[in-house]
Design a binder for this molecule. Structure first.
Ligand code: ADP
Length: 429
């Protein structure tokens, strides 16, 4: 660990470029963030570059943006993840439009922060990826085959490209939910399934819920241990989180991200007896049904049109499409039910917070979710709601007992900050 200590010392001396990587099955999203303790304290972290490469393995679509410049899109063949990482590193080292390159040499990257979907019960906070940690992450692939194997490939590709001396940090989607009490995470199944195989609710989107709770604290001047809110991350994936005393006490995603709210293509909650019924009727094996629940259900499944909320709202408005309206109604109704359930579980909350592509940008969906919740103390101000689009803002009506906020999420920023903290030995908040 000598290198890690020497590196930590060097990192404390100056602001550090942190490369944030989020690797999926055939895509890679990245950001380059310049940060250190002072920047974090003053919220003055600098975003030097961002982008994504999709359809890796074929003709890839490459979207890149340096600094505050608008993104450019191009396409070219990229064979694999290693090729995608090299492409990004080469691009980061190029000067363009009279601006200096975000990095002049690979060694300018002080550390890499990885989004890792599943940390199981073992990883309760962001962690330096040592050989031992890597082995433990590999063991977790069993729990999250759809995600963790890609995240691990990302760690390996970054290590191969940058060398073993650049520290890599894993930031887990599950970690924020490690505080769930037993009664919230246990399924009512034979207990030995939990003991033998870890069948329980883990929850995901933790980095987003944690970021949103942190910004809520900043915006309202609330000490962490007094934060009592429900956060709603509504994007392609969607989840709700009940936060009491600053900690996650319940969340809607479960053993996998499939449980809970209706999502772009995921069903969310359903009666498990449907699986066998559909398998017999449609002659499908379990794996096909799982694919159906993950990829062909949710907004897409109900509407038969699209998983994209913006398009559904347009179809509903412009063409009066019945199934588009139904998809939106089922989506909003499910969120409303979770909201009610969490307010009961928490004995009320001080605020609800909307985040994610839909939560941040759609006043209409926010209004539909919050309609007729005045008995619970929730009421939205139409004007404030309409003006909080893609920006932070408070949107509750005068006199509402429960505040309502829009807080755009920023998982990459939190990953960069955690990475800096882990490699410098600063305490994780
Ligand atoms: P991901 O979970 O993939 O990160 P996002 O958080 O970007 O997804 O959310 C994508 C969703 O947000 C899509 O359904 C998109 O239609 C929706 N969305 C974005 N802008 C708007 C808008 N103005 N009105 C309604 N929905 C929107």
């Amino acid at each position: 660990m000598l290198w890690a200590r020497a590196h930590a010392f060097a990192l404390q001396l100056s602001a550090v470029h942190i490369l944030v990587l989020n690797v999926g099955s055939s895509s890679l999203k990245f950001q380059l963030v310049d940060t250190d303790g002072d920047a974090i304290a003053a919220a003055r972290d600098r975003r030097l570059a961002r982008g994504q490469i999709e359809r890796i393995g074929g003709e890839a679509i490459i979207t890149l943006a340096a600094g505050t410049a608008p993104p450019t899109t191009s396409s070219e063949p990229i064979a694999d993840l290693a090729g995608a990482v090299s492409y990004i590193l080469r691009w980061l080292a190029q000067a363009r439009d009279g601006e200096p390159a975000p990095i002049t040499r690979l060694a300018d990257i002080g550390a890499v922060g990885h989004r890792v979907v599943h940390g199981g019960e073992r990883f309760k906070a962001s962690t330096l990826v040592t050989d031992e940690v890597r082995r433990k992450l590999e063991a977790l692939i069993d729990l999250a085959p759809l995600h963790n194997s890609h995240n691990l490939r990302g760690i390996d590709a970054a290590r191969a490209a940058l060398g073993a001396d650049i520290p890599q940090v894993a930031v887990f989607d599950t970690a924020f939910h490690h505080s769930l009490p037993e009664h919230a995470y246990l399924y009512a199944l034979p207990y030995q399934l939990y003991r033998r195989y870890g069948v329980r609710r883990y929850g995901f989107h933790g980095t987003s819920h944690r970021y949103v709770a942190y910004r809520y604290r900043e915006l309202t001047g609330t000490p962490r241990e007094q934060v009592k809110i429900v956060t709603l991350h509504l994007g392609n994936g969607a989840s709700a989180c009940a936060i009491v005393d600053g900690e996650s006490v319940d969340t809607s995603m479960g053993f996998t991200p499939l449980e809970g709210l209706v999502m772009g293509t995921r069903s969310g909650d359903l009666d498990p007896a449907i699986l066998d019924f559909v398998s017999v009727k449609e002659g499908l094996v379990l794996r096909d049904i799982e694919t159906m629940l993950n990829k062909q259900s949710g907004l897409l499944g109900i509407s038969g049109l699209t998983a994209d909320m913006r398009e559904l709202l347009a179809e509903e408005k412009e063409n009066g499409d019945r199934r588009a309206r139904l998809a939106v109604d089922v989506f909003c109704y499910r969120v409303k039910k979770y909201l009610g359930a969490y307010l009961a579980a928490m004995n009320g909350a001080d605020a609800i917070v909307f985040a994610g592509g839909i939560g941040e940008n759609s006043p209409e969906i926010r209004a539909r979710i919050c309609a007729n919740l005045d008995w619970l103390g929730i009421a939205i101000d139409e004007g404030k709601n309409a003006s909080a689009v893609g920006t932070e803002g408070r949107i509750d009506a005068d006199g509402a007992r429960v505040a309502a906020w829009v807080i755009p999420t920023d998982e990459e920023l939190l990953i960069a900050r955690d990475t800096w903290r882990v490699v410098t030995g600063a305490p994780l908040p």
